[in-house]
Design a protein around this ligand. Structure first.
Ligand code: ATP
Length: 320
C-alpha cells in the first residue's frame, strides 16, 4: 500500500553485500532438477550499490567491476526485482531508472546478481513507499532467486531448501578474509552439472554415494559461536569445490598459495571461481592479500570482513 505520510524521495541508494558460503552441502537433485541444499551464508564487506529514481520508462545502467558482463535489459535480476515489486504492490505503469555500481565480480560465486536484486527491492520499496514488510520482501526475493533472500537479511545464516529458507545463525566476533578473483567466471548451472557427473562417475566406480539429504555441520556452528577463526577455518566446506576445480584446475594453485601463506581455511566460494581465505585478523588478511597478489595465481585480490548487515538504504550517498 502507498503511504501518504512521507514525501516520496527523488532517488534512493542501497548498499548490498556479497556472500561466501562457510558450508555448502549439496544433496542429490530431485525430479524438478534442483539440488536440496544446506548452506551457511556469510555476508562480507564487498558491496554493490544500487540507485533508483522515478522515470517515464524503466532503464538500467551498470558501472564498475565487470560492468560489461552484466545485462542491461529485462534479464537483469535488478530489473526483474523492480517488475516483481510493481506487480506485487499493484503499481502498474510505475517505471524506474536503475543504476548499479558493481564492486562484486560477476559469475564469481559471490551472488552479485542476487545482491543487486535484493538492493533493488529495498530501494524501490522506499522510492515508491510501498511499505512492504521484511517478510513480504523476503517472499518476493525467493521468487527471484535462491540467494536473494539472504542478500536482504545479511549476517550469518543457515539456508535450506534451495538456500532461500533462512534461519539466522549465532556467530560471535568478526572474520577477516582475503578473496582471490579468477580470470574467467563460472556458470552456476555448469558447476552443478559437473558435480552431478563427478558423483555419477564415483558411484559407478563403487564409491559411497553422497547422501540425498544434505546435513548442517554442527561442529562448524559450534566453532562460529566461539568466534575463533582458528576453529572455524578447518571446518569450511563446499561440495561444489571438486566440480569448480575440475572446470578450472588452476584454482588448485590458488588454494595452495593461500594455505602456504597461513590461511586458516581456504575454500572456493559457492560455485566459484572466487577463492576465499580466512585470516586470523585484519593484519593477517592484509598479509595474505599481498602474498596472493605477488604469487600471480589470480586476476585480482580483495579484503573483506564479515558478518555485515544485508541490503540497506544509504542515507547520505556519495555523488557518482
Ligand atoms: P549465483 O548467485 O548463481 O551463484 P554468481 O554469484 O556466481 O551467481 P552473478 O554475479 O550473480 O554470479 O552472475 C551470474 C549471471 O547472472 C551473470 O553471468 C549475468 O549474466 C547474470 N546477471 C543478471 N543480473 C545481474 C546483475 N545485476 N549483476 C551481475 N550479473 C547479473
Amino acid at each position: 500500500m502507498i503511504s501518504a505520510s512521507r514525501p516520496a524521495p527523488a532517488g534512493v541508494t542501497v548498499r548490498v553485500p556479497a556472500k561466501v558460503n562457510l558450508q555448502l552441502a549439496v544433496g542429490q537433485s530431485g525430479a524438478d532438477g534442483y539440488h536440496p541444499l544446506v548452506t551457511v551464508f556469510h555476508a562480507i564487506s564487498l558491496f554493490d550499490e544500487v540507485t533508483v529514481r522515478s522515470a517515464e520508462k524503466t532503464s538500467l545502467s551498470v558501472t564498475g567491476e565487470d560492468a560489461a558482463a552484466v545485462p542491461r535489459d529485462r534479464s537483469n535480476l535488478a530489473w526483474k526485482a523492480a517488475s516483481a515489486l510493481v506487480q506485487a504492490a499493484g503499481l502498474r505503469g510505475s517505471a524506474v531508472e536503475i543504476r548499479i555500481k558493481k564492486r562484486i565480480p560477476v559469475a564469481a560465486g559471490l551472488a552479485g546478481g542476487s545482491a543487486d536484486a535484493a538492493a533493488t527491492l529495498v530501494a524501490c520499496n522506499e522510492l515508491w513507499q510501498t511499505g512492504l514488510a521484511p517478510r513480504e520482501l523476503a517472499e518476493l526475493a525467493s521468487g527471484l532467486g535462491s540467494d536473494v533472500p539472504f542478500a536482504l537479511l545479511g549476517g550469518t545464516a543457515v539456508g535450506r531448501g534451495r538456500g532461500e529458507q533462512l534461519t539466522p545463525a549465532l556467530a560471535a566476533g568478526s572474520y577477516h578474509w582475503a578473496l582471490a578473483f579468477g580470470h574467467e567466471g563460472l556458470s552456476t548451472a555448469e558447476v552443478y552439472a559437473t558435480c552431478d557427473r563427478l558423483r555419477a562417475a564415483r558411484a559407478a566406480s563403487g564409491d559411497q554415494p553422497e547422501p540425498a539429504e544434505p546435513e548442517l555441520s554442527h561442529p562448524l556452528m559450534t566453532a562460529l559461536r566461539s568466534g575463533d577463526p582458528a576453529r572455524v577455518g578447518p571446518l569450511l566446506s563446499n561440495d561444489l569445490q571438486p566440480a569448480a576445480l575440475s572446470l578450472q584446475p588452476d584454482l588448485r594453485r590458488t588454494l595452495t598459495a593461500g594455505r602456504e601463506h597461513g590461511a586458516l581455511g581456504a575454500i572456493v566460494s559457492g560455485s566459484g571461481p572466487t577463492c576465499a581465505f580466512l585470516a586470523s585478523d585484519a593484519a593477517h588478511a592484509r598479509e595474505l592479500a599481498v602474498a596472493l597478489t605477488g604469487s600471480g595465481v589470480c586476476r585480482a585480490v580483495a579484503r573483506a570482513s564479515g558478518p555485515v548487515p544485508g541490503a540497506a538504504v544509504v542515507r547520505d550517498p556519495q555523488p557518482s
